[in-house]
Design a binder for this molecule. Structure first.
Ligand SMILES: C[S@@+](CC[C@H](N)C(=O)[O-])C[C@H]1O[C@@H](n2cnc3c(N)ncnc32)[C@H](O)[C@@H]1O
Length: 327
């Protein structure tokens, strides 16, 4: 029997923070979607070698709205991942549920879940989504996923610095499973592995850096809006992609074949890879455990090896966070 490799799709892929994290916990990407040309360039440059199948046969699409037939155009997969832009839902049709989200990017996610029925999803967004439109946006997302699409639903506010990275970056993680008996737990947090002094290779006044942004006007280092200026060895230094890459947990061999300004924007848009990877590891472990609990007749058809089932029996919330790598 062959060991089961869980598969995932990477929606609104950016530069592939989810791709890297799930690849590192042994899952395989089968489809990605991103419409921004410079981000596509960085994505292809870094992932073509490790996931060649994605770039062949139309599995790296641009605009998600160009997908007309979800069933035919997206291969089957186990886990849906997406960091999606936050948009309000219509005021008019609040009671209509899923249909009410039409015209938003969340609708595309919900439709893919409805058609493909994968085993799990992992969605990421800004923390502000919880309060967006007086909490109605979050409620609609939760009720669509739980009520209409029949997934379990848990959410977590996670900081990059909770998983070893020198950056605040509080983000909302939403995770759900078809198998509602899965009791998903947040992975144990880990101490800082890197400080801003390590990143700058000099004495920095902060251990944990500010949340990277997509852009925005530069402000003085003492201004409360400052996000890219640091005092290092008594001098003001401004972030470049090299520091941003480390703050987001991308490995040394991750390359940006685009301008510095584009690379900074891409990093500001991306996810903190180590945090995503810690949760990705627990998702994969939870799915292994769920497969291991299948009734005997189904288990005979399962492609998970018995040894693997035993390994998956912990809740997996004490897994060490591996350093993200690209190999
Ligand atoms: C918050 S970022 C996600 C970043 C990603 N998780 C990463 O690790 O880099 C959202 C991405 O969605 C993309 N996007 C927005 N609308 C889109 C659409 N209609 N089709 C495809 N991609 C879209 C944006 O270009 C942006 O890169």
């Amino acid at each position: 029997m062959k060991k089961k490799k869980f598969t995932f799709i990477d929606l609104f892929a950016g530069i592939g923070g989810f791709h890297l994290a799930f690849h590192n916990v042994g899952a395989k990407c089968v489809f990605a979607c991103e419409w921004d040309e410079p981000a596509r360039k960085t994505y292809r440059h870094n992932f073509e070698k490790i996931s060649p199948n994605v770039f062949k046969g139309g599995n790296f699409v641009g605009d998600i709205n160009s997908i007309k037939d979800v069933n035919k155009e997206i291969p089957d997969f186990d886990i849906l991942t997406a960091g999606f832009p936050c948009q309000p839902f219509s005021q008019a049709g609040r009671k209509k549920g899923f249909e009410d989200t039409r015209g938003t990017l969340f609708f595309n996610i919900a439709e893919i879940l409805k058609v493909k029925q994968p085993e799990a999803f992992f969605l990421e967004n800004v923390r502000g989504l919880l309060k967006h439109d007086d909490g109605k946006t979050f409620e609609k997302i939760k009720s669509t996923l739980e009520g209409e699409l029949e997934y379990s639903f848990k959410h977590f506010i996670v900081k990059a610095s909770d998983y070893g990275l020198p950056q605040l970056r509080p983000r909302l993680f939403m995770i759900g499973f078809k198998d509602k008996s899965i009791d998903f737990k947040q992975p144990e947090t880990v101490p800082l592995k890197l400080t801003m002094s390590d990143v700058w290779k000099g004495k920095c006044t902060r251990d944990i850096g500010f949340t990277l942004r997509v852009g925005g006007a530069r402000s003085g280092i003492h201004d409360r809006r400052n996000w890219d200026g640091y005092l290092v060895d008594g001098e003001v230094k401004l972030l470049s992609p090299e520091e941003g890459r480390q703050m987001q947990g991308f490995p040394d061999n991750f390359e940006f074949p685009v301008s510095k300004a584009e690379a900074m924007k891409q990093l500001g848009n991306s996810v903190a890879v180590s945090a995503i990877q810690a949760f990705a590891g627990n998702i994969v472990e939870a799915l292994k455990l769920s497969h291991a609990k299948l009734p005997l007749e189904k288990r005979l058809h399962s492609d998970i090896q018995p040894k693997e089932r035993v390994k998956g029996v912990s809740q997996g919330n004490k897994r060490p966070v591996l350093a993200p790598q690209l190999s």
